[in-house]
Design a protein around this ligand. Structure first.
Ligand code: FCB
Length: 480
């Protein structure tokens, strides 16, 4: 088995490139100051009428209220409370206190003019142990949130699983256990019955690859394992969970449903045939292992061959699984952060300056490449970008402002790439910034601030960063 070295996302391994001021690259400068006075886009890049502008968050990263209203423990409670697992020992116990401040946050979203808000539902709030009767108080929170969005004219987009597996299910084997996929479908069905009439877009599993790589290969995300053979079986069970949830949705829900995949363009680092071959296999592990089963009903043969016939993945695939996994979806959610440059020996080498996150090279053209590639290779499926953004060490100035110019440059450059992809015919319907609010960035804790909105964690005060004001103008002008 010659697996490529997995990426080091979410704040672990330092990259060979030194970090720069975010945004000081890739066509940077401060070109875009928002729309002109007449409301037309400053850079002359209008988006199609009806294009949907949004922002994203996830439950464990913002909600806090870890022990309230019957919420059970998740693997992220366990992981973050284990000494040494997160930076500064940070946990999501309080986070941005969104559970209590959601009404204020809804008003912020309205003030920004968001059309769509992507959030996730915490499984252990709905089923404390991951099975059995639903916890009504947990469901009620999401009902209030969804109704509050709709009252403000913002479309809810709900992710069912953003990594907070109930700890009780982990104790029974977690995603290594095939049974958890069925438990997930049962949970999904509860949520569809409670909210299905008022949520137009559902996303199943957020970034299965990150669970596989960070949770089971590198071990710097919950549940903190380093077991390659288990990792790819986990991939299969996450796919199965996705497929079973799609089936439950068809039986109970309204609205549309699809997967949320983080995709990475994988380029050969040089012109050699060896690098080209290595980049192709790397792409198998980074992209096709997730796209192919869901969208074509097959695992990529090069990855299966590389893992070998005795792998737990190969042995874990049962008759009918791929039909379940590839049940038609209504849309594909793409999350783009960084490209990879793959060398002949199958490792990666950085090419561009990074953001504050050492794993993130800033390369806006990668957005264009991944969107056009997905459209080309997987057919005319509607796409949405559900995450894109960068962290920066933002501070609240004495004048009460947060000057995150680098984020504006980053977003502007990536939106220009999105614009080119749309102009090239990619059926992209919406774009969501990661993130609405500063939040708990997993093992990087609160050091990395990814929000459009600054959160003062001492007081929980929210302050719109300069990028939030800019984004409001982009939305108003429907373009950059
Ligand atoms: C994505 C995650 C999201 C956040 C961003 C920075 O991989 O889905 O929760 O951590 O990265």
């Amino acid at each position: 088995m010659s697996m490529p070295t997995p990426r080091p996302p979410h704040g672990t391994a330092p990259s060979a490139t030194t970090g720069t001021t975010p945004g000081a690259v890739a066509g940077g400068g401060n070109r875009s100051a928002g729309p002109r006075a007449d409301g037309t886009p400053a850079d002359g890049l209008p988006f199609p009428p009806g294009f949907v502008w949004g922002a994203a968050t996830s439950a464990y990263q913002i909600e806090g209220a870890a022990k309230e209203d019957g919420r059970g423990e998740s693997i992220w409670d366990t992981f973050s409370h284990t000494p040494g697992r997160t930076r500064n020992g940070d946990t999501g116990d309080v986070a941005a206190d969104h559970y209590h401040r959601y009404a204020e946050d809804l008003d912020l979203m309205r003030d920004l003019g968001l059309h769509s808000y992507r959030f996730s539902i915490s499984w252990p709030r709905v089923q404390a142990d991951g099975t059995g009767a639903p916890n009504q108080r947990g469901l009620d929170f999401y009902r209030r949130l969804v109704d509050g969005l709709r009252e403000r004219g913002i479309a809810p987009m709900a992710t069912l699983y953003h990594w907070d597996l109930p700890q009780a299910l982990q104790d029974g084997g977690g995603w290594e256990s095939r049974d958890v996929a069925q438990r997930f479908a049962d949970y999904a069905e509860i949520v569809f019955r409670a909210l299905g009439d008022r949520v137009p877009v559902w996303l199943t599993v957020n970034e299965p690859k990150t669970v596989v790589q960070n949770g089971y290969l590198e071990g710097h995300h919950a549940p903190g394992r380093q077991d390659p053979d288990a990792a790819y079986l986990v991939a299969h069970h996450l796919h199965l969970a996705h497929g079973l949830a799609v089936a439950a949705h068809r039986a109970t829900g309204t609205g549309r449903i699809g997967p949320a995949l983080n995709l990475h363009p994988c380029y050969p680092a040089d012109d050699s045939p060896e690098a080209a071959r290595a980049a192709r296999l790397y792409d198998g592990y980074e992209n096709r292992l997730y796209l192919d089963p869901i969208l074509t009903g097959r695992y990529p043969q090069d990855v299966l061959d590389d893992l070998g016939p005795g792998s737990r993945l190969a042995r874990g695939i049962r008759d009918g699984d791929l039909a379940t996994i590839s049940a038609p979806v209504d849309l594909l959610a793409v999350q783009y952060y960084t490209p990879y440059y793959v060398t002949a020996d199958g490792t990666t080498t950085p090419r561009w300056p990074t953001s504050q996150a050492p794993w993130q090279q800033i390369y806006p053209d990668g957005m264009y490449d991944i969107l056009t590639r997905v459209s080309r290779d997987y057919g005319p499926i509607p796409l949405t970008v559900t995450e894109n953004g960068l962290p920066s060490p933002d501070t609240l100035g004495a004048d009460g402002t947060v000057d995150d110019t680098g984020r504006i440059t980053f977003l502007r450059d990536h939106l220009a790439a999105v614009h080119r992809a749309v102009a090239a015919g990619v059926p992209l319907e919406s774009y969501h910034v990661w993130s609405l609010l500063d939040n708990f960035e997993w093992d990087a804790g609160y050091d990395e601030r990814w929000g459009l909105v600054y959160v003062d964690y001492q007081t929980q005060r929210r302050v719109l960063k300069r990028s939030a004001h800019w984004y409001r103008q982009v939305i108003a002008a429907n373009g950059i």
